[in-house]
Design a protein around this ligand. Structure first.
Ligand code: SF4
Length: 334
């Protein structure tokens, strides 16, 4: 659970019962509170490192209002904007590109309004099922106990034949989801990595063992589950390390229906600059010469592994996972 050092309330959020409740709770706990018109976070202007780490310990409580939903291709139709940002500090985090300048965690208190809007989008797509993604710009689990937003979404989308929900996390606090009426409309995925990569580059996340244990709990509760193995790094001993990780998953889930999404490491120029500003001594492999440049769908290019490396990764994971979990368990390897 995210325990912030400072909470900034957008004035309007206090007009919602959840906003009031959070205000009173944080006040009781003696956490520093600020209220302003827009929920703006005032940090040090000229110290990017301090701004980043202060931001990571800041929670903003806001109102989503009428803002449009973003699309979320190819894994879902729309992003469900319940939370943005994450308390974790993974050096390779994709949010470093998207939210590098706004590292704080933001939660919205008008959850009913957000869900109503989701159903409006879903009704436009009838008779097809509309899938919403709850973690496109966040890791939402660490703030779930404040908002219960994921739980509400799980039950709401579970109650409608034409909606489905999915989210992914590196955290393990899944107790709030146990016993909900999910109706098999929600897939909970866990992002895992080799022990070595977690040790080197992930800070403030739960261990892979805890995430696998959490996956087990929600699986027992009837949820569809999946694992994202991401980002995959090629380093000395990578095959051995990822083998050990897959062995752990196999020990818990062999023969069960689970899915895998395999994503190799990639970086953009902008992310690299942000990362090296914040983590000056980062050993993340971001040498452009060792990578292949590829134009992305959002207009900026990224550095991915070269073709031979990519092939080796694909072969390794396809062989291991197909053997242990069946031919259809890999959704994609990129
Ligand atoms: Fe980013 Fe996920 Fe790590 Fe949070 S847990 S910092 S969202 S990679």
């Amino acid at each position: 659970m995210f325990i912030p050092q400072k909470v900034v309330f957008e004035e309007k959020a206090l007009g919602f019962s959840l906003g009031q409740e959070l205000f009173n709770n944080f006040k009781k706990q003696g956490i520093q509170i600020e209220v302003n018109k827009t929920g703006r976070v005032n940090g040090p202007k000229d110290d990017a490192v301090k701004k980043f780490f202060d931001g990571k310990r800041t929670l903003v409580v806001g109102v989503k209002g009428n803002a449009k939903f973003q699309s979320c291709k190819p894994s879902a139709h729309y992003q469900l904007p319940l939370v943005s940002g994450c308390m974790g500090m993974c050096e390779y985090c994709y949010l470093n590109t998207q939210l590098g300048k706004r590292p704080y965690v933001k939660i919205y208190v008008d959850i009913d309004n957000i869900l109503n809007k989701a159903f409006e989008y879903a009704s436009e797509r009838l008779p097809y099922v509309t899938i919403f993604e709850g973690s496109a710009t966040s890791d939402p689990i660490p703030v779930e106990r404040y908002t219960h937003g994921l739980s509400k979404a799980i039950e709401a989308f579970g109650s409608n034949d034409h909606t489905a929900f999915r989210f992914v996390s590196k955290y393990s606090d899944v107790e709030p989801f146990i016993g909900l009426n999910h109706n098999n409309h929600t897939t909970i995925r866990f992002s895992i990595n080799s022990q070595e990569i977690i040790k080197r580059y992930e800070h403030g996340t739960d261990s892979a063992d805890k995430r696998i244990e959490a996956a087990k709990k929600v699986k027992v509760d009837g949820y569809d589950i999946g694992f994202l193995i991401a980002p995959i790094f090629i380093y000395e001993g990578w095959k051995n390390d990822y083998s050990k990780l897959l062995d752990k998953v196999k020990a818990e889930f062999q023969g069960e229906k689970i899915t895998f999404e395999i994503i190799t490491h990639r970086f953009t120029e902008r992310a690299k600059n942000n990362i090296l500003t914040i983590y000056k001594d980062s050993t993340l492999p971001m040498n452009e010469e060792e990578r292949k440049f590829k134009y992305g769908q959002f207009g900026y290019g990224k550095y991915i592994y070269k073709d031979d490396d990519m092939r080796e990764v694909k072969e390794f994971f396809a062989e291991r996972i197909n053997k242990d979990f069946g031919e259809n368990s890999i959704l994609y390897i990129v």
